[in-house]
Structures are given as C-alpha cells and as structure tokens.
Design a protein around this ligand. Structure first.
Ligand code: NAP
Length: 282
C-alpha cells in the first residue's frame, strides 16, 4: 500500500505546536516581507505567508515596492529592516522583477534574519554541515520525511533539479542526513536509469508530470516539489496517478510539499526570534 505523504495534515499539526511554543516562549517574533512589483502569484504567496503568521501568532509587516523600483531602493529597504530590532525575519519574495540585482538583494539580508536561507553564508553553512537557516522547501521536505519515519541515512537519494532554492540545498540536507546523493539536471545522461536506481527521489524541475512511472523504482519514496498550472489546475512534476502504483510513498500536489514550506518558514522565523532575543551566537 502506497503511503501518501500528507503535507497538509502534518503542516497543520506543526503549526498548532508552533503556536503553543510561541505563546509559551514569551517572545514576539516578527516577520517582514518585501514584495517588489505586482506579479499576482507573488502577491498571493506573500498573503499566504502573512495568513500563516497570524495563525501562529507571529507579527508581520509587508513592504511593497513598485515594479520599477531600483536595486538601490530595494537594498535600502532591506538595510532598514536589518537594523530594526523589532524584526526577526526578512523574506524578499522571489522572483524579483527584471533589472533588479537578485544576488545583491539576497546578500543584503542579514544572515541572522535570513529565514529563507538563501544568503550565501547560510547556504555555505548548510554545505559545510553547520546549518543556521536552511531554505524552507527542502527543510520542509526533510521534516515531512521525518514525520513519516523515513530516514534518509544510507538511502540512495536522487534529486532532479539543481536550483539554489530547492535542488542544491535539498542535496546538502540529504547528504548531511547520511544519504548517498546524486543531483541530476538537463545535462544528465540517461536520467531514467539514474532515477530508477534511487530509494528516494526529489523532483524539482518545473514541468508538469515530468517524472513517469517507468522512471521510478519499485517501492521508492517520491517527493514532488513542482507546482505547474495546467488548465487552471495545480499539477506537480510527477505523474501522480501512474507513479503512485510503483512508489512506496509519495507526496501529492497540492497538499504535499507546499504547506510544509510555509510551516517551515514560520519555524525558521521563531528560531530567528529566539536567537536574536536570547543573543545566542550561531
Ligand atoms: P528552476 O530554478 O527552474 O530549476 C529547475 C531545475 O530543473 C534546473 O536545475 C534544471 O536543470 C532542471 N531541469 C529542467 N528540465 C530538466 C530536464 N528535462 N531534465 C533534467 N533536469 C531538468 O526551478 P525551481 O525553483 O527549483 O522550482 C522547480 C519547481 O518547484 C517549480 O515548479 C516551482 O514552482 C516549484 N517550487 C515549489 C515550491 C513549493 O513550496 N511547493 C517551492 C519552490 C519551487 P539545469 O540546471 O540544467 O537547467
């Protein structure tokens, strides 16, 4: 029987536990989001993050800048939030409009407030095995696997996709958890046979139903990061109905990785507030 890795239910439970922990802590965590431009999807993601903040009793503010804002204006905003002692976590919603220097903006966020985990310091710490903040999507996946008692240690893990926000940090987290990790991309030869050899597959390519049943080994754990709009519906990177027949465990889309990402952002923000309030060094 294939186990459905139900990120929605697990994230709800983690949100409840987090709210209790925050209420008991006496801290007042606050998250600041920075939204540049008027992309409707980005605006929706930012709204969802603020709704999650409300649920866990994290204060939140949003700074909206026009699509035509300069890199310098975005940097000024980030610097102001860095200097604000009432703000513990900063999230700049990506993607940024064309013309804004994404790397400069990411590097401007104080690593101690970088709850998205994209700052090179945080990515470097993750790769060195000493994470402070890890990116929310891959960390959420690790939490989801853990909740289902799936331990990556010793497993052959294949990550398809090598982006900075998902594929690369996912590979680092799995390696830190003692998996034997292979990372695939467009230049990977014979992708099907590489993926078929895996006990655990994480797919983050951004192409609807990219991973087919023939590419999956019997009993493998399959994690689908993809979010693709097809005829108005949200569809993952995995051909879910066919792959679930072969997989031992699989995440659905929607209701798998997405809700875990938001819950993990909340957990990272609480952790940032705890560290900044207690003054504990990383
Ligand atoms: P991305 O930056 O576009 O990276 C896609 C990766 O997939 C690249 O490394 C690319 O390889 C690889 N790839 C593309 N086509 C391939 C192919 N035919 N064979 C092998 N590799 C291929 O995307 P991303 O930011 O990682 O996001 C991936 C998906 O996850 C998107 O659908 C995104 O919306 C979704 N996502 C969901 C969440 C969530 O919370 N649920 C969070 C983040 C992202 P190259 O490097 O060789 O080009």
């Amino acid at each position: 029987m294939t186990v459905i890795l139900d990120g929605k239910t697990v994230s709800e439970r983690r949100i409840e536990l987090l709210r209790e922990a925050i209420d008991e802590s006496g801290f007042s965590p606050r998250l600041a989001t920075v939204l540049v431009g008027d992309d409707p999807a980005s605006a929706l993601y930012v709204r969802m993050k603020h709704q999650a903040c409300e649920r866990v009793h994290i204060g939140s503010i949003n700074v909206t800048l026009p699509a035509g804002a300069t890199t310098e204006r975005v940097l000024e905003t980030v610097r102001r939030l860095n200097a604000d002692p009432e703000i513990h976590g900063i999230l700049v919603q990506l993607p940024l409009p064309a013309g804004i220097d994404r790397e400069a903006v990411i590097e401007a966020v104080s690593p101690e407030k970088d709850v998205d985990g994209f700052h090179p310091c945080n990515l470097g710490r993750l790769v060195s095995g000493q994470p402070l903040f890890a990116p929310c999507t891959p960390l959420g996946i690790m939490n989801l696997l853990c909740e289902y008692g799936i331990t990556p240690g010793g497993q052959r893990a294949v990550v398809v996709g090598r982006s900075i926000d998902v594929g690369r940090p996912m590979a680092a987290l799995l390696l830190n958890a003692d998996a034997t990790v292979t990372v695939c991309h467009r230049r990977t030869r014979d992708l099907g046979s590489v993926v078929r050899s895996a006990d655990l597959v994480v797919v983050a390519v951004g192409q609807a139903r990219f991973l087919t049943a023939e590419m999956v080994g019997e009993g493998a754990t399959v994690v689908d990061v993809g979010t693709n709009r097809v005829e108005g519906r949200l569809v993952g990177d995995v051909d879910f109905e066919a792959v679930r027949e072969r997989a031992g465990a699989i995440t659905p889309v929607p209701g798998g990785v997405g809700p875990m990402t938001i819950a993990t952002l909340m957990e990272n923000t609480f952790e940032a507030a705890r560290r900044l309030t207690c003054g504990s060094a990383p």
